[in-house]
Design a protein around this ligand. Structure first.
Ligand code: GDP
Ligand code: MG
Length: 404
């Protein structure tokens, strides 16, 4: 090989390497501009599950990309800045007087009575048949399953009904109705303590932490709960630990202002734990009876949820024990609501369930299913969009509403 040929050959090799390198770089960076397919799928799944949820602008599509102005070190929680209390001066002059809570559940009866497909009505029709044969019992089972009662509680309830109706030789529909009422009541479990633990001990305020997925009705519940507590004569402070949107804190503050309750809030995108901490600290120093903390529900992964809610609770408890953790579930979401309940129960110690939007479903069986799933009582139910449409849950009133 001549020297000239050798130079040409080396030149060619170098050229190929350089062009190849450039091509690889271009393709590589194009590839990076797209999120991995599974990330997109997961976000779509998330949206499908919670259609109200807007995708959060994120770095990698999984964790919320938050600026961290008020981010606090858990070891240094005494030094929290950035949140402020919207005090009485900012209040609208007119302060509403919330309606008393007694008798609110009666409204559920009116609402269910209007619905043509109510669970109780279907069951009563079936139990009033002349002959309760296998087919009828199967229809009774289907009716319960369709009403979200859940498989195990349905089987147990049907078994109890069958046994009693057989043993007692029931033929009278009125008697059948009485037995159904008793057995439904057993399924709803009247033995639970359903009071909301809103009072603290040793000079500390009661702390109610409200959790749940986006759109379930958390902020509405916090606002309505504040009204209930105010109506009972308690002093209340709200903590706006949903920092994803400024609108979330505004929504909460508006609820508070209507009944003269101040809200502790921080900057949009701030650290939820630091705001929760600040709210409870303010509540303690100000001698409030109860601090109710609203949280965000739009976390994209269980790990993210775990981290955030866990941290919120831990940080609060540097000031005062959390006396109640209310999980808010939208009653119209059926099985999906149960799945959410399971995830949240793994993350925080849920002590009570709030079932919202019971006015939007004729099913009602979710009360039984969700209590069974978590072993935690339904304490409050939402019966409409009005300010006083939150009722203490009473098993008897509920079963009577079902059977009305
Ligand atoms: N019909 C009905 N709507 C409700 C009930 N509770 C909440 N909502 C509505 O559900 C929507 C979402 O509530 P919000 O409190 O903002 O949910 P969050 O995202 O969990 O804080 C709002 O439009 C509320 O008015 C209820 O019991 N019945
Ligand atoms: Mg909210």
């Amino acid at each position: 090989m001549s020297e000239a040929t050798l130079f040409v050959f080396i030149g060619l090799v170098v050229a190929v390497l350089v062009i190849g390198g450039i091509a690889a770089f271009v393709i590589g960076s194009r590839g990076k501009a797209l999120p991995p397919a599974d990330t997109v799928d997961r976000r779509l799944d998330d949206l499908r599950e919670h259609p109200e949820q807007e995708p959060t602008p994120t770095g990698d599509g999984l964790e919320p990309a938050l600026p961290e102005p008020g981010e606090i070190d858990e070891a240094d929680t005494d030094n929290v800045e950035g949140s402020n209390v919207a005090t009485q001066e900012a209040l609208a002059p007119e302060i509403e007087k919330p309606a008393p809570t007694a008798g609110r559940l009666v409204r559920l009866r009116e609402r269910l009575a209007r619905s043509q497909t109510s669970l109780g009505r279907g069951l009563l029709a079936l139990l009033s048949r002349d002959r309760l044969d296998e087919d009828t019992w199967e229809e009774i089972e289907d009716t319960l399953l369709t009403a979200d009662v859940g498989v195990t509680p349905t089987q147990e309830l049907v078994e109890r009904l069958r046994t009693r109706i057989k043993v007692e030789g029931v033929t009278d529909p009125e008697r059948a109705k009485a037995i159904l009422r008793e057995e439904l009541l057993t399924s709803v479990d009247p033995s639970y303590d359903r009071s909301v633990a809103a009072k603290g001990a040793d000079g500390a305020p009661g702390v109610v932490l409200v959790v749940g997925v986006n759109g379930a009705g958390k902020t509405t519940t916090v606002g309505r709960l504040a009204r209930v507590l105010v109506a009972d004569g308690d002093t209340v402070l709200l903590g706006a630990a949903d920092t994803f949107r400024a609108a979330a804190a505004d929504q909460l503050q508006t609820w508070g202002e209507r009944v003269g309750v101040p809200t502790v809030r921080g900057p949009e995108g701030g650290d939820p734990a630091s705001i929760a901490f600040d709210a409870v600290k303010t509540g303690k120093e100000g001698g409030y009876d109860t601090v109710v903390v609203d949280t965000a529900g739009r976390l994209h992964t269980k790990a993210g949820l775990m981290d955030e809610l866990g941290k919120v609770k831990r940080v609060i408890e540097k000031q005062a024990p959390v006396t109640e953790v209310l999980l808010v579930i939208d009653a119209t979401t059926g099985q999906n609501g149960l799945t959410q309940a399971r995830v949240f129960a793994e993350v925080v110690d849920v002590t009570g369930i709030v079932l919202t939007k019971l006015d939007g479903t004729a099913k009602g069986g979710i009360v039984i299913a969700v209590q069974r799933e978590l072993g935690v009582p339904v304490k409050l139910v939402g019966l409409g969009e009005g300010a006083d449409d939150l009722a203490p849950f009473e098993p008897e009133g509920f079963v009577d509403a079902l059977l009305a």
